[in-house]
Design a protein around this ligand. Structure first.
Ligand code: SAM
Length: 282
């Protein structure tokens, strides 16, 4: 069925889809590449898939061709809808649902049933916001089983970073707290049209049934944000705003007040979030 669709360059010409920087549009036009990304998501046959920002539909085609039970494609740019409708028409009814809207506002579970995998070549300007949102719901497990997401390479490296490294920070902690995160593919700028200034990478995150260590998501998020906002400062200074007894609270969590955020592993950050929660000072 994928063969009956026109090449993506033609789709872009026909529908006047000149890329808009404000929408983070860097399209993937090589269907071999989009097929590889779809494979990184694992077996899609018995899954519903959420795709954010399908654009002209290169990745959408690959998700459908790899057998996804149902794909929900949420696209903000109305110019892309006709191209996406053309893909929907090439498959049996019910395989592809297209929703025009802002992915930050659409509730995917109004359209999907579990198990759900998320696969997306995200607009760079909203990738981290979506990822943090998907990692920090109050209830766990979340609506998704896995996330397979394209990021700028530097952001991808922050997601999988280990303590002590420059890239280590809030994204690493939130991602590794509740999921297993790996970089599964690296792409040069020329893989995209237009080519962005930076390289990209695909990160695959598989959710854990339960977080590695207990902590309240909102408190952990706040503590880590404050700790890394001034990453070279000692924690007793960067976290002073939480409580006047921060030195004591740090010690209770097994952290020396003179340590810096970069040196603290996930387990101790979670301990600190619990101590701060218990003190009622978050
Ligand atoms: N998936 C396509 C591909 O791989 O060729 C396009 C990827 S492009 C990097 C990002 C896409 O996200 C664009 O189609 C853009 O219009 C869309 N987009 C940008 N902001 C969005 C938002 N808030 N909600 C939904 N889609 C958005």
């Amino acid at each position: 069925m994928i063969d009956s669709l026109p090449p993506l360059r033609e789709v872009i010409r026909t529908h006047g889809l000149a890329a808009r920087r404000s929408l983070g549009q860097n399209f993937l036009l090589d269907l071999n590449l989009t097929a590889r990304i779809a494979r990184c998501a694992g077996d899609l046959e018995d899954c519903d898939v959420l795709e954010v920002g399908p654009g002209p539909g290169g990745l959408t085609r690959a998700l459908l061709a790899s057998g996804a039970r149902h794909v929900l494609a949420v696209e903000k740019d109305a110019r892309c809808l006709a191209a996406l409708e053309q893909i929907a028409a090439a498959y049996p009814p019910g395989r592809l649902t297209i929703v025009q809207g802002d992915a930050l506002e659409v509730d995917p579970m109004a359209y999907l049933r579990p198990p759900v995998r998320v696969v997306a070549n995200l607009p760079y300007n909203m990738g981290t916001e979506l990822l943090v949102r998907w990692l920090t719901p109050d209830q766990w497990p979340p609506f998704w089983d896995s996330l397979t997401l394209m990021f700028q390479r530097e952001v991808a490296e922050r997601i999988v970073a280990r303590p002590g490294s420059k890239a280590y920070g809030r994204l690493a902690i939130l991602a590794q707290w509740r999921s297993e995160a790996r970089i599964v593919m690296r792409l040069p700028p020329e893989a995209f049209t237009p080519a962005p200034k930076v390289s990209s990478a695909v990160v695959h995150l598989t959710r854990l049934e339960a977080p590695r260590h207990a902590a309240d998501p909102a408190i952990l998020n706040r503590v880590v944000k404050a700790a890394f906002a001034q990453r070279r400062k000692m924690l007793r200074a960067s976290l002073r705003g939480f409580t006047p007894e921060i030195e004591q609270k740090l010690r209770e969590a097994g952290i020396a007040p003179t340590e810096r955020a970069e040196e603290i592993d996930l387990e101790r950050f979670c301990a600190l979030a619990r101590v701060i929660e218990a003190a009622g000072s978050a």
